[in-house]
Design a protein around this ligand. Structure first.
Ligand code: PMP
Ligand code: GLN
Length: 382
């Protein structure tokens, strides 16, 4: 976790946002929207502060939010959760991942992820003393190779970490893949941890939580967050749902990580989760339009891309433009085109970085005008 000179290594997202600040380039690197979420949710937080919801809430989360999460899981996925025992509120999905991984692995346990993987997974597996076993996702569709998956999951596997929709590739796993993951977890008595923070940002078909598949619920921990669904990434309200005994284990760790999560944002996110269906369809449709604008711009600039089915990221291959090193391209992109992106190698284990070298990630959760401007500037690359 330390850089070679002994300082704390900045995450790629912080590093690239700092580069955008320094150079004034358009920041399509770190994934955060440039418009805040719904006014009713913002107002609910202000109201909660005025109403004195400012002291430590219960460790599991405020009942008003636990109940709203349960209603949301029922409305969208027909899951019937017990809000008092099967849900835990966390400080963002990040704390949910940390508490889950630290609670569920012992040093030496193997943890399977899909590579490229969200950077926190690698760091947290390391903190827990686990052994990281990534399964590759490859262009053009970034679906896992099922034989590689079968070969990687063994009796040594404790956790399989799924991220669906997937950051950074925007892939949505096929039902057949989700079924195989459940089957392998059952066969090898592993647990599934599924990070579904982009659950409402899908463009082709409604999201399928892996925990709804036959045989999955008993061994699955589902993680989400208000950050993406409500365009409020700085609020850091996340949650976990799982069978009660697993929630108890995760809570045992959470109590020493943050103890509780921010009080006034909890009723506000509850108000968001209760918004009508039209809110959720609207955000996906709006984002799909943004995806198409940036995809058109990237293709016109000469990148090879796969249209993402979910999340707010596009992976672009810079090879046709003559760049074989995405990390170097990202360092030079502010000067070449006034744009910031993130190299995919930042989402890879050191041993496999060469396989993903020419790929870079662009975020499209930005205003249309900004995406059009970035597209215009990127045209200078060819
Ligand atoms: N998981 C994935 C896949 C992400 O992209 C992110 C980034 N927002 C997180 C987890 C972290 O979410 P939060 O900000 O709620 O901690
Ligand atoms: N999840 C966002 C991304 O992938 C930001 C995460 C972060 O800054 N740690 O860009």
């Amino acid at each position: 976790l330390l850089a070679a000179d002994g300082t704390v290594a900045a995450s790629i997202f912080a590093e690239m946002s700092a580069l955008a600040m320094r150079t004034g380039a358009i920041n399509l690197g770190q994934g955060f929207p440039d418009e805040d979420g719904p006014a009713v949710v913002l107002e609910a937080a202000r109201q909660a502060i005025s109403d004195g919801v400012n002291q430590y809430p219960p460790g599991r989360g405020q009942p008003v939010l636990l109940e709203a999460i349960a209603r949301h899981q029922y409305r969208f996925y027909a899951l019937e959760l017990d809000p008092g025992n099967e849900i835990l509120v966390t400080a963002g999905a990040t704390e949910a991942l940390a508490a889950t991984i630290l609670a569920l692995i012992e040093p030496g346990d193997e943890v399977v992820t899909f590579e490229p993987f969200y950077d926190a997974y690698g760091g947290l597996i390391g903190l827990g003393g686990g052994i990281h076993r990534p399964v590759p996702l490859r262009a053009p569709d970034y679906q896992p190779d099922l034989d590689a998956l079968r070969a990687t999951v063994t009796d040594r596997t404790r956790l399989i970490i799924v991220n669906d929709p997937h950051n950074p590739t925007g892939a949505v796993f096929a039902r057949q893949t989700l079924e195989l993951i459940v089957e392998l977890a059952q066969r090898h008595d592993a647990l599934i941890v599924t990070d579904e923070v982009y659950e409402h940002l899908t463009f082709q078909a409604p999201h399928i939580p892996i925990t709804t598949l036959p045989g999955a619920w008993d061994r699955t921990v589902t993680i989400s967050s208000g950050g993406k669904t409500f365009s409020l990434t700085g609020w850091k309200v996340g949650w976990v749902s799982a069978p009660s005994s697993i929630i108890t284990a995760i809570l045992a760790v959470k109590q020493f990580l943050t103890y509780v999560s921010a009080a006034p944002f909890q009723p506000a996110i509850a108000a968001g989760l209760d918004l009508p269906d039209s809110y959720f369809t609207h955000i996906a449709a709006e984002l799909e339009h943004k995806r198409d604008v940036l995809a058109t711009g990237l293709r016109a600039a000469g990148f090879e891309i796969t249209l993402p089915q979910g999340s707010y990221f596009i992976v672009a291959d810079a090879t046709p433009l003559g760049f074989t090193d995405g990390a170097e391209l990202c360092r030079r992109l502010p000067e070449l085109a006034g744009v910031v992106a993130v190299p995919i190698t930042a989402f890879c284990s050191p041993a496999n970085r060469a396989d993903y070298a020419p790929l870079v990630r662009f975020a499209f959760c930005k205003k249309i005008e900004l995406l059009e401007q970035a597209s215009k500037q990127l045209a200078n690359l060819s």
